[in-house]
Design a protein. Sequence first.
Length: 263
Amino acid sequence: MKYDIAVIGGGVMGSATAYYLAKAGKKAVLIDQFPIPNSRSSSAGHSRITRVANYGTPELTAIMVDSKKEWNEIEKQAGMTLFKPALLLNVGPGDIPEIAETLRRMAISIKDSGFEPEFPSIYEVNKRFGTTFPPNYKAVIDPSAGVLFADKCLQAYQRLFVKNGGEILDSWPVTSISPGNTIMVTGPNGNITAKAVVICPGSWAGPLLSMLGITIPVWVEKIGVFYWKIKKPELPKFTFIDISNGESHFYSLPDFEYPGYLK
């Protein structure tokens, strides 16, 4: 089997890469070690927060804006609902200078992206959204935000990839990659050759890249996901990111997965 480009890894990175390659006219194949769809990768699951705000890196602003446009286009082409709006509360203790500065930079990134950030008092936030953030907290609202339906996003990319002439080889674990002018990718089910290979293995990067003599410190960490019963269902749908705990942020999503339960 001969291709222009082989993409290894059928998560969101690999599936998006494969789609855009096929759209650009390349003969591409998307390879995954498990059946597609599956629940084993970090791309699996029902929902993810999305927004235009970033943590104050100006170079990211154009990327975030472009990403939102691209998701809207993918949604339109696939004929599937992939995005649902929900205001994003960015919150944290404003009496800590580093966190106050992060919130300020987030507000700038929202404005630079073409949206108007809101700056309600924490009293107004708690009253409006039924939250109980402490008095020292400050909030910045990103009106561009919402939820991407992760599983459906993957399906959309893969469906459009095939529609544009791409081929999917799932249940096809890669056992070796042989570099050269023509690259050979080998698995228990046979060999394929390609002019180039894009490797998007996620948490399997360690063993896969070791075949090429590359060692990178990748490990898997468990992240707790909890669902809390909503006491006042009449309140607005919203997401929030609490940046009070350094790099270990707490995220929350509305009850789009399980009605009546906040994620």
